[in-house]
Write a protein that binds this ligand. Structure first.
Ligand code: HEC
Length: 184
């Protein structure tokens, strides 16, 4: 009996002892200190590694992002005429590319230009947008289409950010097919 009382007493003393260690205004015992106190890297910190002493650096001049194909023709009438005359598609005219082009055209162009390319997209028929031509009335080449996709033209915006180089050529193939069907 006496032993039990002593054992109980010592457990109580132990518990009280533990409790008195915990201070609610301070963090408790840390089991994995690295998780609570990570090594911090200051993104924009001062750094001796670079001449201007700043950690965050701009990309080297002339850098392009992965997958970006540089485009040499300027955004001007001369650039447009040059692209129209000289710029040739590097991809094959194939059924597969035509299929891809048709799909992308349906996503990005048909709202204005219409599925047939006659300029009667849903935005035109609902008079939300004006001045979309039929491809039949434009003297266009794959090169000029690519150019217009890069820079846009008047009321049409650039699509360079929406579709990559290969996709632009696939769309150009599809637009040329639509134009052929409109003319015949
Ligand atoms: C928001 C409506 C709109 C969308 C979307 C749009 N276009 Fe256009 N597009 C126009 C308008 C308006 C013009 C007439 C621009 C002008 O004044 O020559 C035009 C003109 C064109 C021309 C003729 C340019 C020339 O050389 O005369 C082509 C080719 C063309 N668009 C292709 C496309 C393709 C391909 C897409 C999809 C990737 C597309 N457009 C998406 C509105 C649009």
């Amino acid at each position: 009996m006496m032993n039990r009382i002593i054992a109980f007493g010592s457990i109580m003393v132990l518990l009280l002892g533990l409790q008195s260690c915990s201070n609610p205004s301070k963090p408790n015992y840390q089991y994995f200190p690295n998780m609570y106190e990570p090594v911090g890297y200051e993104t924009y910190a001062d750094s001796d590694a670079f001449a201007n002493g700043i950690e965050a650096q701009l990309p080297v001049e002339g850098s392009i992002h992965r997958g970006w194909v540089p485009y040499g023709y300027p955004d001007s009438n001369e650039g447009y005429e040059a692209a129209k005359a000289e710029l040739k598609s590097p991809i094959q005219v194939s059924a597969e590319n035509g299929k891809q082009g048709k799909e992308l055209y349906g996503i990005y162009c048909a709202v204005c230009h219409g599925n047939k390319g006659d300029g009667q997209g849903i935005l035109m028929t609902r008079e939300k947008y004006l001045g979309v031509p039929s491809y039949a009335n434009r003297d266009i080449t794959p090169g000029s289409i690519y150019h217009v996709l890069m820079y846009g033209r008047n009321a049409m915006g650039s699509h360079a950010g929406q579709v990559n180089a290969t996709e632009r050529w696939q769309i150009a193939q599809h637009v040329m097919e639509l134009r052929k069907n409109l003319i015949k």
